[in-house]
Design a protein around this ligand. Structure first.
Ligand code: HAM
Length: 386
């Protein structure tokens, strides 16, 4: 038997569409426009954005050479492709901000486990040309709205990674600290000291965390502007009554972030608890060849939130069935009329009244309309509320 590849799965669950509809509605209500970018992109796009030192680029990319000899890669995330498109369509030359939302499959060659797949879906948004921290608050509020609408509980964690003024000075201090404790750190962290020292801060090993507790923290070394913006971020979230925790170790696994970073965590789904993540990336458009353009965005992991949506025990729609085959044209015609403004299911197999009512009840319909010989003659239904 041929099976789906490891870490990939069929989605046979209407909750997926419910999430799609909710995210689409909220994004459109916030004034974001839809964007669909190719799933396959040049490998160097991700190397230059997500970053050569990240796990995603280092270990997890589905990359190959296509028949034309091009180095290509299935997208591991959505931001890089949207930025490429933004520059390619010369939106970076406009004065006006652009705001996009997307929904689609992403691919990471990770070790599969609960909540971690090799093909998964993200809903994401990217907002360009708005440097103000109030925009960060806007998009965090959007994610919170989506979770509220879907009935998902979360903890929001926020941090600031500073800017090109304060981050390099902080990095020097951190590297100094890490060098002092080098021998006690794990191999990965030892490598990170050179490649990307701030990634040591979110090392999962307890032995490293014990040492890193004492490490200097970026939020204690922010420049004046970054410090003020981080305070505004907190005030803005307070104003909208969005609860948050400051997590000084929240550095994120992608290299392009500056200033605000955030993650939404769920306590109900085990180890892979991040249900959304994002932040500001003010340098990325420029580093991919565009005009300097501030930007901020986030993405929600769809598979992770599917498990968190509770099935409502709600009855809806009408079930129509016939007890004799001669009545089927009648019920199909009636269904066509009724379907204009409601959900109507037609059972095409003739059955007894009892069997129809049982099926309608099991299908969680609100009402059953059944036609037997007598009803057909009169042109009416036997009607039952369920
Ligand atoms: P990310 O944190 O790598 O960020 O992914 C966002 C979300 O995708 C995660 O919080 C998680 O819910 C889900 N996710 C990631 N990997 C997997 C996996 N292997 N299986 C299932 N779900 C997964 C980004 O991708 C950034 N592009 C977000 C962003 C947009 N930042 C700015 N704009």
């Amino acid at each position: 038997m041929i099976k789906a590849l490891r870490g990939m799965k069929d989605i046979i669950d209407d909750k997926f569409l419910k999430i799609f509809d909710t995210t689409r509605e909220v994004a459109q209500n916030y004034g974001f426009s839809y964007i669909e970018t190719p799933i396959l992109e040049e490998t160097r796009l991700f190397k230059r954005s997500v970053g050569e030192s990240s796990d995603i680029v280092n270990k997890e990319m589905y990359e190959f050479i296509d028949k034309g000899g091009n180095e290509v890669c299935l997208r591991p995330e959505g931001t890089a492709g949207v930025v490429r498109s933004y520059i390619e369509h010369k939106f970076d030359r406009l004065e006006t901000p652009k705001r996009f939302w997307y929904f689609g499959p992403m691919f990471r060659y990770e070790r599969p486990q609960k909540g971690r797949f090799r093909e998964f879906h993200q809903f994401g948004v990217e907002s360009f040309k708005e440097p103000s921290v109030w925009e960060d608050i806007n998009i965090i509020a959007m994610a919170a709205d989506i979770f509220d609408k879907l009935g998902i509980k979360y903890t929001l964690k926020i941090n600031s990674l500073g800017c090109s003024e304060c981050m390099p000075k902080y990095k020097e201090k951190l590297v100094e600290f890490l060098q002092k404790h080098k021998d006690s750190l794990c191999e990965d962290c030892q490598r990170r000291i050179k490649q990307n020292p701030i990634r040591t801060l979110d090392c999962k090993l307890n032995s490293c965390q014990a040492i890193l507790k004492e490490a200097p923290k970026i939020t204690d070394h922010l420049c004046k502007t970054c410090q003020e913006d981080f305070e505004k971020l907190q005030k803005g979230l307070d104003n909208l009554e969005i609860k948050y925790e400051i997590d000084k170790n929240l550095v994120r696994g992608l290299d392009y972030y500056t200033k605000t970073t955030f993650e939404f965590i769920s306590n109900e789904i085990g180890a892979q608890s991040a249900i959304a993540g994002g932040g500001r990336y003010d340098k990325l458009v420029e580093s991919l060849g565009g005009k300097p353009t501030p930007a901020v965005g986030f993405a929600i992991g769809i598979e992770r939130i599917m498990d968190l949506i509770k099935e409502e025990d709600k009855r809806e729609g009408i079930y129509i069935g016939a007890m004799i085959e001669e009545a089927i044209p009648f019920i199909q015609k009636e269904a066509k009329k009724l379907r204009k403004d409601q959900k109507v299911y037609v059972e095409v197999k003739p059955k007894s009244l009892k069997a129809h009512l049982k099926a309608a009840d099991k299908g969680k319909f609100k009402k059953a309309l059944i036609v037997g010989e007598d009803e057909l003659k009169k042109g009416e239904f036997f009607e039952k509320e369920l």
